[in-house]
Design a protein around this ligand. Structure first.
Ligand code: PEP
Ligand code: MG
Length: 512
């Protein structure tokens, strides 16, 4: 069934257009708050973005001003939202572009309420494949997925919020289908291949069923590997840690098999309507530490900029954001915002095994300045009677200059950011698909730097991990072990395959 389309209606402009809009905003707020209360934490955080916009004065001010000038409520609202959607769609960053579906949903909810439409839109037959151009998270959450079913989007994005929710709930989803076929009695949605087939032949259904059975068997092998200790082919213990954006990622069923958190990317906490305050940040860090217990947790200070712009924080118009004021450079430029994060981290450090690292460090002076600010934050908290401590402080090694002068950084640990290191060593924009083969993490220049940092860590007895995407790709494992690395941090779904690859390497006798 199709599940989208802006609600179109006719309404006469009334005497109190501002009142009508206020009532419609309140109705949308009620619907979204109800969904947020019933949904999991990941979903609630996404809906908060929409709920915050319903009370955003910067957005609503011009709309009410237009109404005061005689515009009808629906026209003023639709016009303002069309501008927002166009802005988001034109963003260079895919993450921001994907937010346009959330704004379109908000537009439609408020318009529905203005037209006196249904509060709970149709949700379709249980187990159906839902077809739409795109689907906002709130519509996704209104659908009962307990009987199966899937999502086929003619547009959409794999990095959208709805894609994150679908992944977390195991709902098969295909995006960018182009044309979506007409409704049919039977449909086969093959999320691995990215295909939607209407009225499929029996042979196709059987082939898909066989593949699914094989996936079940493969999962059984994953679980066996996950329970085994991680040992390199030379017999050394290997640490496999997790890359997370927030506590919700720790709900993945494999997360509990990890040796801790190797990278928490805190910039995603900053991606919402408002910058998070000290208490909000501290409580998120505390949740991660509670999950980890005795295991170590590495939290990275905000790495905004580059491909992760944050409204109200990153520089607006840099010609080349990847070479711009991002990561630690931005934090040092905004000590007010940095201090809030350092205070939250210092308070969390008193609660568990926390380590903190700075992103995009280029010179030892930057590191020392940031560390001094951290020490200062701890002292201020302590003298105000607040429980706080200074955690171990490390750096991301992702700028070639830092890798080449690694001996001059008095850091307590190092984590190699191979995504950026590869981008900067090969001079290939990491988001430019046309350069994918040239942006090779196995480029000898990149490997030389990885070896160099690993060697330095071994000499000093200081931990060196690698937390770029290649840590989660089994085909790189042998090379990285041979570079001298024994610690890797990856997204939770990658853990099982890496553990299996580690075991397979150990079984090969010719490695020693
Ligand atoms: C990296 O650059 O490898 C890394 C882990 O950081 P991010 O991908 O967040 O830039
Ligand atoms: Mg990086």
């Amino acid at each position: 069934m199709r599940a989208d389309g802006a609600p179109l209606g006719q309404r006469e402009a009334g005497a109190d257009e501002a009142g009508a809009l206020r009532a419609a905003l309140a109705a949308a707020d009620r619907q979204l708050s109800k969904l947020a209360a019933a949904a999991g934490k990941d979903a609630a955080e996404i809906l908060e973005f929409q709920i915050a916009l319903l009370a955003d004065d910067a957005l609503l001010g011009p709309i009410f001003a237009a109404i005061a000038q005689g515009a009808a409520a629906d026209a003023a609202w639709a016009q303002a939202m069309a501008e927002q959607i166009a802005d988001y769609r034109a963003a260079a960053d895919e993450y921001l572009r994907a937010r346009s579906a959330d704004i379109a949903d908000l537009r439609d909810r408020v318009l529905s309420a203005l037209y006196g439409g249904e509060a709970n839109p149709k949700t379709g037959r249980a187990g159906a494949v839902i077809c739409a151009d795109d689907l906002p998270p709130s519509r996704f959450l209104e659908i009962d997925w307990s009987a199966g079913g899937g999502l086929a989007l003619s547009q959409g994005s794999a990095t959208s919020h709805v894609a994150m929710l679908a992944r977390a709930r195991g709902v098969p989803m295909v995006v960018q289908l182009g044309e979506v076929p007409e409704p049919a009695d039977a449909a086969l949605l093959d999320a691995d291949e990215g295909i939607l087939e209407v009225d499929p032949p029996v042979a196709r259904i059987q082939a898909l069923a066989t593949r699914q059975e094989n996936q079940v068997l493969s999962r059984a092998a994953d679980l066996a590997a996950l329970e085994n200790p991680s040992i390199s082919f030379r017999g050394e213990p290997v640490r496999l840690m997790l890359n997370i954006q927030g506590p919700a990622d720790l709900d993945h069923p494999d997360a509990r098999y990890a040796d801790g958190v190797g990278l928490m990317r805190t910039e995603f906490l900053f991606g919402r309507a408002d910058l998070p305050d000290e208490e909000k940040q501290r409580s998120v860090y505390e949740q991660v530490l509670n999950w980890a217990g005795e295991r170590p947790v590495v939290i990275r200070t905000v790495d905004a900029g580059g491909d992760k712009p944050v409204r109200g924080l990153t520089e607006a118009r840099e010609a080349n954001p990847f070479l711009g004021v991002r990561g630690l450079r931005l934090s040092l430029k905004r000590p007010d915002i940095f201090a809030v994060q350092l205070r939250a981290l210092a308070r969390a450090a008193a609660l568990g095994k926390l380590r903190v690292m700075f992103p995009m460090v280029t010179t030892p002076e930057e590191f020392k300045t940031a560390r001094r600010l951290f020490v200062q934050a701890v002292e201020e908290l302590k003298s105000a009677g607040v429980r706080a401590s200074l955690p171990e402080i490390g750096i991301m090694v992702e700028v070639p200059a830092a890798a080449l002068t690694i001996e001059s950084f008095p850091a307590s640990f190092f984590s190699i950011g191979s995504n950026d290191l590869t981008q900067y060593v090969t001079a290939c924009d990491r988001t430019n698909g046309a350069l994918a083969s040239l942006a090779d993490p196995l480029n000898p220049g990149v490997l030389e730097l990885i070896r160099r940092v690993a060697e330095h860590g071994r000499k000093l007895g200081v931990s060196v991990s690698l937390c770029g995407d290649i840590a989660g790709e089994p085909r790189y494992l042998e090379t990285l072990l041979r570079c001298g690395l024994l610690e890797f941090s990856m997204s939770p779904p990658a853990l099982a395959a890496v553990k299996r690859a580690l075991a397979a390497l150990s079984r090969k006798s010719d490695h020693v």
